[in-house]
Design a binder for this molecule. Structure first.
Ligand SMILES: Nc1ncnc2c1ncn2[C@@H]1O[C@H](COP(=O)(O)OP(=O)(O)OP(=O)(O)O)[C@@H](O)[C@H]1O
Ligand SMILES: [Mg+2]
Length: 239
């Protein structure tokens, strides 16, 4: 079992999109995934309402700072990955989620260089480390990277962040229609119509690369999985 949070104090950085493409890809690969919707705007919950049910994926809505640890305790025996979608804030819920996480992913828009929201999360992670002795693994993931951005420009952004001691994922999240439209279509990237959504195959490859790299960063902790594959209905629960 591993807990991954998506955090950036700035709104619109790409947290929910990254959470959804990561979670749906992990579930598609047969992992049992729980998305904890910890954003009062409930975008993941809206997506879940459109989706109905999806194999291996459960969405829990209206998660609060108080309820978060209980949801994890309650579900951890049947879960391989918890993915926590946080609001663009730096509050008690964000702090609780960071403290519980095995890895925090901090989406930063690739070429915008407005990393102030990310810096606030990095400060909070450092504070938790210095004052509470909680070491939290974390990485920046560059998001909404357009096809126009050169590898060289991205390498420069990566080098600047790494010079400050911040790990940056090798996988970037591209700007893709599929990553926008999935919220309206529901389901995962494999239920979408390639005739209607450009570069759907590239979006699928991108999601696979993201899941692969994130899994490689997590501690290997196998929960007791049954021999047969288990399917979970997508259900919503009150906090
Ligand atoms: N990789 C992407 N490709 C295309 N559109 C994207 C991508 N990432 C994010 N977007 C779009 O950018 C907007 C903001 O993204 P998202 O909702 O994921 O950010 P957020 O950090 O969760 O925002 P908030 O702080 O409001 O929760 C949305 O309209 C989303 O569809
Ligand atoms: Mg969001």
């Amino acid at each position: 079992m591993a807990i991954i949070s998506l955090a950036n104090a700035k709104g619109g950085a790409g947290k929910t999109t990254a959470a959804l493409i990561l979670a749906t890809e992990l579930a598609r690969q047969g992992n049992r995934v729980v998305i904890l919707d910890a954003d009062p705007q409930r975008w993941i919950t809206s997506w879940a309402d459109v989706t109905g049910k999806l194999d291996n994926l459960t969405v829990i809505s209206e998660v609060t700072a108080t309820s978060l640890p209980y949801h994890i305790l309650e579900m951890k025996a049947q879960t391989d990955y918890f993915v926590i979608d946080l609001a663009g804030a730096r509050d008690a819920l964000v702090t609780t989620a960071l403290g519980l996480s095995d890895h925090v992913l901090i989406p930063v828009q690739g070429c915008a260089m407005d990393a102030r929201g990310a810096a606030q999360i990095l400060d909070l992670i450092r504070l938790l480390q210095d004052k509470a002795g909680i070491a939290i693994q974390h990485s920046v993931v560059l998001t909404r990277v357009s096809a126009m951005v050169t590898t060289r420009a991205l390498s420069t952004v990566k080098a600047v962040l790494e010079a400050r001691g911040v790990n940056v994922l090798n996988t970037t999240i591209a700007e893709r229609a599929a990553f926008r439209d999935i919220f309206d279509c529901g389901g995962n990237l494999y239920g979408m119509d390639p005739a209607r959504i450009s570069n759907l195959d590239r979006a699928q490859e991108n999601a696979q690369a993201l899941a692969h790299e994130v899994m490689s960063l997590l501690p290997v902790r196998t929960s007791q999985r049954p021999q047969h594959r288990t399917f979970f209905r997508m259900g919503r629960r009150a906090a």
